[in-house]
Design a protein around this ligand. Structure first.
Ligand code: FE2
Ligand code: FE2
Length: 151
């Protein structure tokens, strides 16, 4: 019973992040399949989506997890994956989408993000749900929601 209450109350934060993952992965699928003309608009949606998502996690969730012995290593790796993703995002935004290297780079970014999302959803989030008190998870959820709404 306690277990059930905990997962339903803290589900908010992790559901929010998972829904955002899904939304961003769908944008990647779209940008790879779509015709030339909509690519720039889709890319700015991906860029803004990732920017706010990473900002939210890095400001409110990762610092808490970094301080927990069980989650420290996994969190440092997650920070690093964000860092690499931002580097690729920066490169993409300074290039023309008609550059022949642009779409291959978008595809590599999609693979990076997809790997990162899998690790969060299968390892980091379940661990966080286990070790963080539910009130703290709810507070983090509210803060991250605030960051995402600033778009
Ligand atoms: Fe995430
Ligand atoms: Fe992340």
């Amino acid at each position: 019973m306690a277990e059930k209450t905990k997962s339903s109350m803290s589900g908010d934060l992790f559901d929010l992040l998972k829904q955002d993952h899904q939304r961003i992965m769908n944008l990647f699928t779209e940008i790879i399949e779509k015709e030339e003309q909509s690519k720039d608009d889709l890319f700015s949606q991906i860029q803004q989506g990732l920017d706010l998502h990473m900002k939210g996690e890095e400001s409110y969730l990762y610092p808490v997890l970094e301080g927990k012995e069980d989650a420290n290593e996994m969190t440092l790796e997650a920070f690093e994956e964000h860092h690499v993703s931002k580097t690729v995002l920066d490169e993409l935004s300074s290039m023309s989408s008609s550059d022949e290297h642009w779409m291959p780079k978008v595809k590599v970014l999609k693979e990076l993000i997809s790997h990162h999302v899998e690790e969060e959803e299968n390892e980091l989030f379940p661990l966080a749900q286990d070790i963080l008190p539910e009130e703290q998870v709810m507070k983090i959820g509210k803060s991250i929601k605030g960051v995402m709404k600033s778009s």
